[in-house]
Design a protein around this ligand. Structure first.
Ligand SMILES: [Zn+2]
Length: 336
């Protein structure tokens, strides 16, 4: 494997993890990005009847632990999660780990979102990349932070809500649960807002109920949103996936802009921000921050580990969404 940039932050001229990334990921230890074991066998799981076909439904996950200076597979006390590429009915599957990696880096480096620490690592024998993420609920002494995802918080499960229970909800309703469970909710709701807009921008159609969690933050003695995780451009693999995994609004609301154009644009996210209790000036500021990021995004996608044809496809897809986010039906009508 010819590594020429840090397989975590993508900084050029590195043949292994750079020192800041070693600190964040491995407590400063010099760990090789080449795993000391081969790719585990994978059995493709087909969606059962009534189950929504989704990326999260087919990804396989392994638990890893740092032993000495190498990462090893473990049954218990895992500190990292490893997601190799999988095979199946979707397209561009071998690029899925690189997609998740660069998308998480875009969230962190370009949009300043708080994300789980992550990197790419490579299997010993065949050089194929796998996505590695450090568990944020495991404290340095090995004990775990209290953590609950929003399916647990909303008290919905397959038994109560059927096979698609993770998707049968709205982001607006998650925000109302945050107001109940999070004492510092004005700050956390703004973070949540940014993640939702980011997911739309990068075509993540699989951010379901279980992809948002709260954990007990001992520093401020309150539940807060966990770092963002599982962010990837799902449309690179499932071209016909819905725009967002959940409805933006509760009760089937559609903005005038959505009714006219059939896709989410500026007015929808503005309305969403208002409904979850953000100040208009804050929403406008967040949205305008998003609009100037296209060049930085392209630059990071270009140096990522995604295959070349997919890089330009990813960039084109981002441009299309950037255009949608900049477009306001309400403002265009007022102007004319
Ligand atoms: Zn780095």
């Amino acid at each position: 494997m010819n590594i020429t940039r840090c397989p975590s932050c993508l900084k050029p001229n590195h043949t292994e993890f750079c020192i800041p990334c070693r600190k964040k990921l491995f407590g400063g230890k010099r760990i090789s990005p080449i795993l000391p074991f081969s790719r585990p066998e994978y059995n493709y799981r087909r969606a059962s009847q009534g189950e929504r076909i989704s990326i999260s439904g087919i990804q396989s996950k392994y638990s890893l632990k740092l032993k000495g200076t190498s990462l090893e597979l473990t049954e218990c006390d895992g500190e990292y999660i490893l997601k190799p590429s999988v095979t199946g009915d979707f397209v561009n599957m071998s690029d899925m780990p690189s997609n998740e990696h660069v998308t998480m880096q875009l969230a962190k480096q370009v949009f300043g979102l708080h994300t789980a620490e992550n990197a790419l690592v490579f299997f010993r024998d065949d050089d194929t990349p796998a996505y590695l993420t450090k568990r944020f609920d495991v404290k340095p002494d090995g004990s775990k932070l209290l953590q609950e995802d929003f399916a647990q918080i909303a008290q919905v499960s397959e038994e109560s809500g059927g096979k698609s229970y993770k998707y049968d909800y709205s982001y607006e309703k998650i925000a109302s649960l945050m107001k109940i469970h999070v004492s510092t909710y004005p700050v956390e709701l703004e973070k949540f807002f940014k993640i939702i807009v980011f997911n739309y921008l990068i075509h993540n159609g699989d951010a379901h109920l279980k992809n948002f969690s709260l954990y007990f933050n001992e520093v401020i003695d309150s539940y807060t949103l966990t770092p963002a995780y599982d962010l990837l451009n799902t449309r690179l693999h499932l071209p016909h996936e819905s725009e967002l995994a959940l409805d933006l609004f509760e009760g089937g609301f559609e903005s005038e802009s959505y009714q006219k154009n059939g896709y989410y644009a500026y007015d929808d996210f503005y309305e969403f921000g208002i409904r979850i209790g953000m100040l208009p000036v804050r929403i406008e500021r967040f949205m305008s921050e998003f609009f100037n990021k296209a060049d930085k995004m392209k630059a990071l996608i270009d140096i990522s580990f995604i295959g070349t044809p997919l890089k330009s496809l990813y960039t084109t897809m981002v441009d299309e969404r950037m255009k949608a986010l900049c477009y306001s039906y309400r403002k265009s009508v007022t102007k004319n």
